[in-house]
Design a protein around this ligand. Structure first.
Ligand code: ADP
Ligand code: NI
Length: 218
């Protein structure tokens, strides 16, 4: 298989796994992450086939989305071998998809990502901030019956993994404080850092305006 054929097959596979998602992870998210990866790859010397494969597959086995992530990881392995990825390439791609999440970054021993992994992580995180990030948070919050805002909940600066998974006290606005506003300082590549700054400011402006409007309506 040529490189182009492999990429097309990965795209089709990703689409078949992601297009039904309704939590803000559908294939539009994947396509935006791919576009951002391609932009970052212009200034970073990472292996494009590993980076793009991991970007297409990064949410397929997300434990928030599927009941049995290990089964989907096994499925991805079989798929990648089927399109002639070597054992080493399969291992590299699966390591990235398994280790780029925010919760893994918060763990005591955060996994050390290759440059390809850092690029996919940056692209995924850029899609969680700015105007798109605001929209996705609202979309996700709605799909999970979150309250929009509760001024009695102090913005949480740190959360452990189990708290992070417990959405009981979560509000959409609080999600900005516990995650989205932290992402800018966690970007890996210079390109992503620059783009993140603009998107970060846009979220700060949004939160100021949101709270001003909330308080006027009392
Ligand atoms: P990804 O894996 O694509 O980085 P997540 O799986 O963490 O993203 O979440 C998908 C989208 O939903 C992201 O934009 C994220 O910010 C948003 N989101 C995740 N958890 C919450 C939450 N508790 N409240 C509101 N939005 C959320
Ligand atoms: Ni994602």
């Amino acid at each position: 298989m040529t490189y182009e054929q492999q990429l097309e097959a990965i795209k089709q596979y990703s689409y078949s796994k992601m297009h039904q998602d309704s939590t803000g992870h559908n294939f539009d998210h994947i396509q935006r992450v791919i576009n951002m990866v391609q932009k970052i790859l212009k200034t970073e010397d990472a292996d494009p086939s590993i980076t793009l494969a991991a970007a297409y597959l990064h949410d397929v086995a997300d434990d928030k989305l599927v009941a049995d992530p290990a089964k989907l990881e096994a499925d991805m392995k079989e798929f990648l071998h089927g399109i002639d990825f070597t054992d080493e390439q399969v291992a590299e791609v699966l390591f990235i998809t398994h280790n780029i999440s925010f919760s893994k970054s918060l763990s005591k021993n955060p996994p050390k990502l290759s440059l390809a992994g850092q690029i996919v992580q940056d692209a995924d995180r850029l899609d969680a901030i700015g105007a798109i990030g605001i929209t996705r948070a609202i979309y996700y919050g709605g799909a999970n019956s979150e309250t929009i805002y509760d001024p009695r909940i102090a913005p949480r600066q740190t959360m452990n993994k189990s708290e992070y998974r417990n959405l009981a006290n979560e509000t959409i606005i609080n999600h900005f404080y516990e995650k989205l506003l932290k992402l800018t300082d966690m970007m890996n590549t210079p390109t992503a850092k620059l783009i993140a700054q603009k998107r970060h400011q846009y979220m700060l402006d949004f939160l100021d305006e949101f709270k001003a409007e909330w308080n006027t309506e009392k």
